[in-house]
Design a protein around this ligand. Structure first.
Ligand code: MN3
Length: 282
């Protein structure tokens, strides 16, 4: 599902931009395991898009994905106009110990997330210039960078709020209507957790695991996404809980033991934050 989505997206971008698929492929970050490198390549990709003033500039056709991603970013980060900012964590880099070490938190937040923020702002600036020039090819080429960096900004902003400090070895269990909905849709909290852990551990390469609410079905489900795709765009479900399983999120501490990281992630879940996301989605 996620792969065919990426393929369809690439095809659409190539078509709209009037450039060969290979040009899009060359600039895809799908196979990159290293978030720092992926962000840097994405910076170069955005910088290399040349905006050209069109002689017969007509009203620009905006790729609907671009407005969708910016809309989701604005809703999450409450930053209208596309000016993205790195959010405060609300806790210290060492606050998630022993389950996520301070080094991971500091690099992940201050370097990687900041990188997505910088890139999405660069892409937004270029988008405005391309719109003014009526350069549809540039606008659509930018979609790739906006999906990746806007998605990265959005996903990490959700992720930080989904976790809380002062963990114990106990796995906190959601109370209230979210807890009830989980039992209704999965049979039990344990069944949901088992499905989340298994599916998220099985993400190929880089991506995310999600508990998300499908508004049409009125149901919670476990989903996965590749790279920095957003669960709401790919699966049409509103994120309640997200777990980053790019290697940088755990490797320094857990090496290749991704399942152990996900199991410990459940000890630091902020179910109050998840409850308010669920309430808003309903
Ligand atoms: Mn990350």
């Amino acid at each position: 599902m996620a792969e065919s989505y990426v393929e369809a997206l690439e095809k659409k971008i190539a078509e709209l931009a009037g450039i060969p698929m290979e040009a899009i492929r060359k600039n895809k970050w799908n196979d990159l395991m290293n978030e720092g490198d992926a962000i840097k390549e994405s910076t170069d990709f955005i910088n290399n898009i040349v905006v050209a003033k069109q002689a017969n500039a007509t009203a620009s056709k905006i790729n609907p994905l671009i407005s969708k991603i910016f809309g989701l970013v604005e809703r999450e980060a409450k930053q209208a106009g596309g000016a993205a900012m790195l959010p405060e964590l609300g806790y210290g880099y060492d606050a998630l110990l022993p389950h996520i070490c301070a080094d991971i938190m500091e690099i992940h937040h201050s370097k990687h997330h900041q990188g997505y923020v910088n890139n999405v702002n660069a892409a937004h600036g270029k988008l405005l210039a391309a719109q003014e020039a009526g350069d549809n090819a540039a606008i659509n080429a930018l979609a790739n960078g906006i999906v990746f960096n806007g998605g990265g900004h959005l996903n990490h902003t959700i992720f930080w709020t989904n976790m809380k400090p002062n963990a114990t070895e106990n796995v906190p269990v959601p109370a209230g209507s979210l807890g009830e909905q989980i039992v209704k849709d999965f049979g039990s909290f344990e069944a949901m957790k088992d499905q989340f852990c298994a599916n998220t551990a099985a993400v190929k390469g880089s991506g995310w695991g999600w508990l998300a609410y499908d508004q049409k079905l009125g149901k919670l489900g476990v989903y996965t996404t590749q790279n920095q795709d957003t669960v709401e765009v790919v699966h049409g479900a509103v994120p309640v809980l997200g777990c980053d399983v790019w290697e940088h999120a755990y490797y320094l501490q857990y090496k290749n033991r991704r399942p152990a990281y996900i199991a410990n992630f459940f000890k630091i879940v902020n179910w109050e934050n998840c409850q308010s996301r669920f309430d808003a989605a309903k």
